[in-house]
Design a protein around this ligand. Structure first.
Ligand SMILES: [Zn+2]
Ligand SMILES: [Zn+2]
Length: 390
């Protein structure tokens, strides 16, 4: 079986908080949960180097991303359009640079058995993955491990469903474009199949934008393709990572470790999910973390960070082991709710959170809020008794 997390370039093959029996006093203090930063970004977008994209040069994507405050960006052009030779296209483009945004090295591995995004902090040889795309999973996975890249299953229940083993991916795209409820089946695969079967696989988002917003000052006219950009562009949805530093490698480490939250757009509230294992008043775990259950009650905290829609009511749905566990309503500006539960002393337990409520306006992509069906955000799970080596 694959180790689903922690195989990052230059990093030891272990999670930030691996499953190990620990005395309560040895658990990380709250400082370890604040010793980092939330970075937001886009993990799935096509530039003009994808043949099915239009009006979307890299500079346009980068400028827009900067304008809406993105911290990192993964431009994921289809590798079949350039026969795997992405190194000579997306990141060889002189426009592939930014003075403020962390630029991941990425592509969309595009095969007849599904699409997967490759994320790397450094350039990698995409040709090697392209060359084995028709081969068996065990061959593909060996190449992926050799490259030291993060592989993520795209739109797993969409028009090009993921047909490889999920054991070879570190993450799943559970929210592709702002659209709901179309993504619900991707969540079923993630939650009811992979998490429930003991896989600590990270859920992430990505707009999968193919077309840029027309710029009238440059004489660009609105066409059928570019009209889509009013519904779907950079940040619909936005993926937040809790990174230990402002580096591309830290972004990928956070993706590997599941310290990831997804929000409708860059301005929508970010859902944060913590646990206080020993109920001493100090939160000592956050989403993505995995601990051995003590068989005693654990206090959980859900927090909406950022601006709430004034007068809005948010529904916080807690999912435990693939089933709805509890739901809470937050209104009048309240942004935090706490609950207590006892993870089983033996066997796996996980908890995750979904948030629904009023969509925060995104003036730069104004129609995106019309298709989101009030979905606001997802946390990744907090795990108990999961085996990270599974
Ligand atoms: Zn795709
Ligand atoms: Zn795509």
């Amino acid at each position: 079986m694959a180790c689903l997390h922690g195989v990052a370039v230059g990093q030891p093959a272990s999670r930030t908080n691996p499953w190990e029996p620990k005395a309560i006093g040895e658990l990380p203090p709250i400082a370890s949960l604040t010793d980092g930063m939330w970075l937001k970004g886009e993990l799935h977008i096509h530039s003009r180097h994808s043949k099915d994209a239009s009006n979307n040069p890299i500079a346009k994507i980068v400028d827009f991303s900067k304008a809406v405050g993105m911290d990192y960006l993964a431009i994921t052009d289809h590798d079949n359009h350039v026969q795997g030779d992405v190194a000579n296209h997306t990141w060889a483009d002189p426009e592939f640079k930014s003075d403020s945004i962390l630029m991941l090295y990425s592509s969309e591995w595009t095969t007849s058995r599904g699409h997967g995004n490759v994320f790397s902090a450094t350039p990698y040889d995409n040709q090697r993955l392209y060359d084995v795309r028709e081969q068996r999973d065990v061959v593909v996975e060996a190449v992926k491990k050799g490259l030291g890249v993060h592989l993520s299953a795209n739109h797993p229940a969409g028009g090009n469903p993921w047909g490889y083993s999920y054991d070879m991916v570190e993450s799943i795209e559970i929210w592709n474009s702002a659209l709901w409820p179309k993504n619900a089946n991707a969540v079923v695969i993630w939650d009811r199949v992979m998490l429930s079967a003991g896989r600590m696989v990270t859920g992430r988002g990505g707009s999968d934008t193919h077309h840029g917003i027309p710029d009238p000052e440059k004489g660009e006219k609105e066409e059928q393709n570019t009209r889509q950009a009013a519904y779907n562009y950079v940040g619909t949805p936005t993926t937040w990572v809790f990174a230990t530093s402002r580096t591309s490698q830290a972004v990928i480490d956070a993706l590997n470790n599941g310290r990831v939250s997804i929000s409708l757009n860059p301005y929508a509230p970010r859902v944060e999910f913590y646990a206080d294992l020993d109920q001493d008043g100090t939160m000592d775990m956050m989403m993505g973390d995995n601990a051995k259950s003590t068989g005693k009650p654990v206090k959980f905290r859900v927090q909406l960070a950022g601006s709430l829609v004034p007068g809005g009511t948010y529904t916080i749905s807690v999912v435990k082991n693939g089933r709805k566990f509890e739901a809470f309503e937050l209104s009048d500006g309240t942004a935090t709710v706490e609950f207590t539960d006892t993870p089983a002393a033996l066997g796996r337990t996980y908890y995750r959170v979904e948030v629904q409520g009023p969509p925060t306006p995104y003036p730069e992509v104004p129609k995106s809020v019309e298709i989101s069906d009030n979905m606001v955000g997802f946390s990744n799970p907090i795990y108990f008794n999961f085996d990270p080596n599974f």
